[in-house]
Design a protein around this ligand. Structure first.
Ligand SMILES: Nc1ncnc2c1ncn2[C@@H]1O[C@H](COP(=O)(O)OP(=O)(O)OP(=O)(O)O)[C@@H](O)[C@H]1O
Ligand SMILES: [Mg+2]
Length: 237
């Protein structure tokens, strides 16, 4: 099982969209794919049970249902408040035990053993899961490779290089950077930002995903994500 942790330079950068696209693409290429969202804040209440909208979105883009059908494994920590995990947990008088996530991960490996397990983080690398355990600590514990989702526009050189530098300092393995939501055609600034990041970091650009007009949870747009990822035949994980 190859574990890929999808993180981002920040929240709302496109981790869910990128996770969905890769899950689809890997399935299309014949791989058995599992997807995990270890900590979902802002979870919605459906019939008295908390539920991950990110997971719903990802699964709706996939070609076929993932084998992991147990919510306690694929979404082990669901929190109502849309805030950092540590705060959302404290709001519900819960202290998150990272072992719950690690145990869920180990059960997935043991019981399902997909070719790829895609794990969508929350926010970026330094997001607190508890007050003294951060998203990067979880990546270390899971020994996963990292996909870093970044914007391509103004400010991204700083955000992206700080994240890459941090990964290097912690000996975390970067699989690649995905630049999301570029203009079409790509602007001079976006192109130059990507070029500078590739030059400084030694060529880690995995994919460039354009802005998909009107993208939301509407099922009519799932085809648009698939179409974008169909172009990356040779650029998989
Ligand atoms: N390439 C794109 N084209 C158009 N809209 C996009 C694209 N990527 C992301 N979005 C939109 O931007 C918003 C944030 O994207 P997404 O939910 O994937 O971010 P995220 O990093 O997973 O956020 P979170 O930290 O909340 O998990 C969503 O409304 C999504 O539909
Ligand atoms: Mg998300």
């Amino acid at each position: 099982m190859k574990s890929i942790f999808i993180t981002g330079t920040g929240t709302g950068v496109g981790k869910t969209v990128v996770t969905a696209g890769y899950a689809y693409l890997l399935q299309k290429n014949g791989y058995k794919v599992g997807v995990m969202k270890p900590v979902q804040t802002g979870a919605v209440d459906l019939n008295g049970n908390l539920h991950s909208m990110d997971m719903d979105f990802i699964e709706s883009v996939m070609l076929m249902p993932q084998a992991i059908d147990r919510p306690d494994l694929k979404t082990p920590i669901l929190l109502h408040l849309a805030a950092s995990p540590h705060l959302a947990a404290e709001n519900e008088s819960i202290k998150i035990d990272p072992h719950v996530i690690i145990n869920a991960y180990n059960s997935i490996r043991h019981d399902y053993n997909p070719d790829y397990l895609l794990i969508e983080g929350a926010g970026g690398l330094y997001v607190p899961i508890t007050r003294d355990y951060f998203m990067f600590n979880l990546i270390e514990a899971l020994h996963a490779q990292v996909i870093l989702v970044a914007d391509a526009g103004l400010g991204t050189i700083n955000h992206t290089m700080l994240s890459i530098d941090f990964l290097n300092k912690h000996a975390l393995q970067l699989n690649g950077v995905v630049f999301n939501r570029t203009s079409e055609p790509i602007s001079v600034m976006e192109k130059d930002n990507i070029k500078i990041i590739a030059n400084i970091s030694g060529g880690v650009v995995k994919a460039i995903i354009p802005l998909i007009n009107g993208l939301d949870v509407d099922s009519a747009k799932k085809g648009a994500i698939r179409k974008v990822f169909d172009k990356f035949r040779g650029v998989c994980l």
